[in-house]
Design a protein around this ligand. Structure first.
Ligand code: SF4
Ligand code: SF4
Length: 307
């Protein structure tokens, strides 16, 4: 439970904390200043004998955590953990595809839902944007495709459990999956799932089950850094594009598996060949994602308004 929050046992309600993660600096900081130099949005400042991260400015890119020599920069602790598969009440269980997937690949949410119906239970579709009150019963579980949705459900709403779609799918024994022999990829782990190693494990398990070779980038899993898209609106577009290119250049492979539509767009823009995980799962040819940063965020913003 979040410090200072009352226990809420009725309907899940918005609890009004930030709908994003931010980083904090612990007492083990040795005051080297590296994180402050590297933070792309100048969120880290020295205050007396301590460095401090401004939670309102931090955009959860993960850079400070990666560059800190003593592991003193880490995620803020208020975000709730996810539920385990065995604890899910399948009568109160919903699949949330997320706005970006519904907008860019409208036929895929139904495929994902059907897979759950066939192998996991009579799961209902939840297609209310995670920025809007979900109005779900307490004790409900949301199975999330999108990392950003998962992050918001864990931080904004109390009384709702979350789990990633990838953990559920990886947990289904003997699931028949496509064979992608010959494909060698690096993996970009999304920001919203950065602090969930169980998701990283599930994604890698699934890729191996699909006979895909993996060549890890230096910064992966819990040490992953933002694809650059989180910077949109926080810094000028040219700087966002530079961060996107910087992240893309960290992958040893031309082919990069992503599990977020924004990351897929970013990889396309930087000349990589993104493989969106649901496309691999259903053996689909991925649609091109030629939208510019502005086009992507504008279309998504319009979609979010009405969902
Ligand atoms: S996570 Fe990124 S934006 Fe936030 S303080 Fe660290 S470097 Fe700055
Ligand atoms: S990089 Fe680590 S040790 Fe150096 S100032 Fe930042 S938090 Fe402190």
């Amino acid at each position: 439970m979040v410090d200072g929050q009352k226990n809420i046992s009725a309907d899940a309600v918005k609890i009004g904390i930030e709908d994003k993660f931010h980083y904090v600096i612990s007492d083990s900081c040795v005051m080297c200043g590296t994180c402050s130099d590297e933070c792309p949005v100048n969120a880290i400042t020295q205050e007396g004998s301590k460095y401090h991260i401004n939670p309102k400015t931090c955009i959860d890119c993960g850079t400070c955590s990666v560059v800190c020599p003593v592991g003193a920069a880490h995620r803020s602790p208020y975000i709730r953990d996810s539920i385990s598969i065995q604890d899910i009440d399948r009568n109160k269980c919903y699949f949330n595809p997320g706005c970006a997937l519904s907008l860019y690949k409208p036929e895929v949410p139904q495929l994902m839902l059907q897979l759950l119906h066939k192998n996991f239970g009579d799961i209902k579709l939840h297609n209310v944007c995670c920025r809007h009150n979900p109005k779900l019963e307490a004790g409900a579980t949301i199975i999330n495709n999108c990392a950003g949705c998962d992050r918001r459900f864990r931080s904004l709403y109390q009384g709702i459990n979350t789990i990633s779609y990838w953990e559920i799918i990886d947990g289904i024994a003997d699931l028949k999956l496509p064979n992608h022999t010959g494909l060698t990829v690096s993996i970009h782990d999304s920001c919203g799932y950065r602090h969930k190693p169980q998701v990283h494990r599930a994604v890698r398990n699934l890729l191996k089950k699909m006979h895909i070779e993996i060549v890890e980038a230096e910064f992966s899993g819990t040490e992953s850094v933002c694809c650059g898209d989180n910077f949109y609106g926080a810094v000028p577009n040219e700087q966002v594009e530079k961060r996107i290119q910087m992240r893309a250049d960290q992958f040893p492979c031309q082919d990069v598996v992503v599990y977020c539509i924004g990351c897929a767009r970013a990889m396309t823009a930087s000349g990589k060949t993104p493989h969106y995980l649901p496309d691999l799962l259903f053996d689909r040819i991925a649609e091109p994602m030629p939208d510019t940063l502005d086009e992507y965020h504008s279309k998504l913003g319009d979609y979010i308004e009405i969902h």
